[in-house]
Structures are given as structure tokens and as C-alpha cells.
Design a protein. Sequence first.
Length: 265
Amino acid sequence: MIKTLKTLGFMAAAGFSLTAFMAAPYAAAQGELLKRKTVEETILENLHKARPDINFGQPRPSMIKGLYQVQVPGGPVLYVTPEGDKFIAGEIFGIDSTGFAKIEDPYVIEERKKALASLDSKNSINFKPKGKAKAVVYVFTDIDCGYCRKLHSQMHTYNEGGQQKPGYNDLGIEIRYLAYPRAGIPSPSADKLISTWCAKDKQDAMTKLKSDQAVPNATCDNPVAAQFQLGGQLGVNGTPALFLPDGKLMPGYLPPEDLAKTLGI
């Protein structure tokens, strides 16, 4: 009887040891799984190691199978390998029987629409048509940018080559300005935008500054820094940058009649 109990005791002890032995590799495997990085984490880690000075956007699968896309705030979209060891910077073009056409990621377009829809119109400087607006276009602008000034000079009827042409507002387009100081913050460009947003008459200050007229320096609680950051997140890397109601980004100046045609009005 004693021998039997001893045997059972040994077996129980052996069983415990065996269980612990079998559990050890399992626990180690679990630890490995917990330590294993996601593709997104690997990409961000490698990008930050290479350029710790850049606040990269969140990686997500791109339209090109096998590559992930990462927005560089104020810069290009990067198309990165899952290992995070190589990338391509540029635009995606579709190929079909009619030729090549630039393609924008539907996800990115939808995110832009959401971001712009969440903006309070009180924080943008708005130039509205006399009647009901046919379309609203957000424009990231800088005071000293030449094409920003040209765009603003055509807000209303303007003369070109001796011919009177309708401006953006005349065509039913409402322009909502957002701040994007190309020289960054702080900078003289940012100071001018802050003075504009802090002026009693923002529209008048914008018009004067864009035609080289002086306005009083002013400071206040303003959205310039937040809008500059938003622009970088949305892919703005120059001014003017036009965001259409459908979420598409049109970098650069577009004449009023061409913009109206693009908008289908």
C-alpha cells in the first residue's frame, strides 16, 4: 500500500513536472506573439529611425497590392514595403485603353471630406457669392504666395487681356480660406496670417495683405497653427491648395471658369 502511494506520488509529481515542461514552450510562444510587431508598427519604427524629425502619418494598405501608404505631413505620400525597408514617393496612375489617369485613394478622399465637414465655418475666412452658393471650395492659402494672390484678385469680376471675366463669387463659388504658412510656424508668413485671422474685418485684411497693403499687427486665440497642421495631414505641400466638395485635392491655382467647369456648375 505504501509502495502504491509512493508510486502515485511520484507519478503526480512527474505529471506536474511534465505539464510545466509542456507549458514552458507554450508560454514562450505566447511571449513571442506578444512581442511580434504588426506591419504598421514595423514601418513606422523604421521610418522614425531614419527620420526622427518627421511626424509620419499612420500606415495603411495602399491601392497597390503589397505596399502600404504613409502621408508625410506637408509632403508626399510614401508607398512603403511591409518590411519598412524601401519606399516609393509619388502619385498613382491608372492604365486603361484611353491612356493614363491619376488615381486618388477613395479612403483618403473620404477622410478629407470628413475632416473638412467637421470644420466650423467661423474659423475660415469666407468669400461668398451674393446669392446662394452653388459650391463651397476650401482653399489653403498663404499671404505671400504669388498664385494665392492671383486667385484672390479674381474673387470678383476681373480684367484679363482687355476682357471682363466673371470671378469665383460671380460664378456661384464660395471660397473658404484656411491658413497654410509655407514657411512654417513661427515665420513672418504665419504672423501675417495670424494678423488676418485676428483682424476685426478679416475679409478686408486678407484683401489688403494680398495686395501689399499694410494692416495692423494683431494676435488673438486663432486657428492658424491647427489649420497648418490639418493641411499637412490632408496632403497639402504648397499653396494654393483647393479642396473640392467631393474631397478631391487640386494643388495650385485654377482660373474661375475652369474651376466652375470642374465643379460642374
